[in-house]
Design a protein around this ligand. Sequence first.
Ligand code: URA
Length: 435
Amino acid sequence: MRMYDLIMKKRNGGVLGDGEIRFMVQGYTRGDIPDYQMSAMMMAIYFQGMNADETLALTMAMAESGDMLDLSDIRGVKVDKHSTGGVGDKTSLALTPMVAAAGVTVAKMSGRGLGHTGGTIDKLESFSGFSTAISEQQFKENVNRVGIAIMGQTADLAPADKKLYALRDVTATVDNMSLIASSIMSKKLAAGADAIVLDVKTGSGAFMKTEADSFALAREMVRIGNGAGRKTIAVVSDMDQPLGYAVGNALEVREAIETLKGNGPEDFVELCMTLGSYMLVAGGKAADQEAAERILREVIANGSALEKLAEFVAAQGGDRELVYHPDRLPQASIAQEIESPMDGYIQRIVCDEIGICSLLLGGGRETKESEIDLSVGLVLHRKVGDAVKKGETLATIYANDQAKLDAARERFLRAYTIDRNPVEKKPLIKGIVME
Ligand code: URA
């Protein structure tokens, strides 16, 4: 078998067989197939798509490209959560300690920033010393002892996704249904949790821009998860504007910490409550959503969720004091406010453009080797439906370089549409997919 022939087959609209997909995934993981051939294949898949059988085969080949963790010797239901990616999506940072504080064990595999979206691992690295490059042994120990552990893909666990994720990030091949479904579900299957709650984003800041595509992606992933014997549900949620107010790694960590102190933005709290209540029900800690939400509000009110975050950060090598002193997290040297050019209401925010502003400031990667600046980003002051007066602040940009700030500022102003007519706010949760 030759990779060249497989690229040509897919480029011409052919259907790849199970053996061909395994050959390609194993060869790439071992390093026998070079990045340039895999990039061509990703682009061919991007344009030609994959059918349901190909997507399932790709998912299984990626999940089995390394070890498949067996967590059966850890008591109770282990739950995992994953988002398809958005702007300002710091959900895992607040949600996983809430759920763990409520007594449900979280075993999660996360990724770094991808395209215009941020990644949980990059955000967590705002805690100095924190590492997700932990061994399988330590992952299991932490799941058992702390009730929560998050690791990245490694040379042993979902290594195919580790390589493909980094490649897709810089080759404009992220926003394809089969590539997203296989990337996410391979990690979820390899990390060994019994139940999986997916947050499928929809809108201008998501990889799936329409509700029809987002629900199709949700159904695809739920089918793969349930088919593999993991109880899987998907919440489809709005990403037509950033989630919460903060966009950028350390800025989002601060907002997540504030949320665990009971001061979270309304939309972000609603999302954490929705996803968290499904996690608690799946984990057997609550009979229904209402009971689960009461427990989640209680772990915020009594401080145990915040303490669980500190415990989790320390268990993975990070400085737990930063949870209680977020002013010591990485800080940018320049803060500049962007003023509204007119009176009116915010009609629309082109959400992926706000993610790109954060990338332009240095918060994301241009190439696989790029270092990111954890301190930069934006804090929005106005979101869709809000009234604003000329000269009032729309957002504050945090930067370490004036030229980058100027580029981000210009892009930011083009992303906001302001008009005299009041706007109705849209619901955050679009629907739930269980089968
Ligand atoms: N999250 C992932 O883990 N993979 C993707 O492809 C997109 C979002």
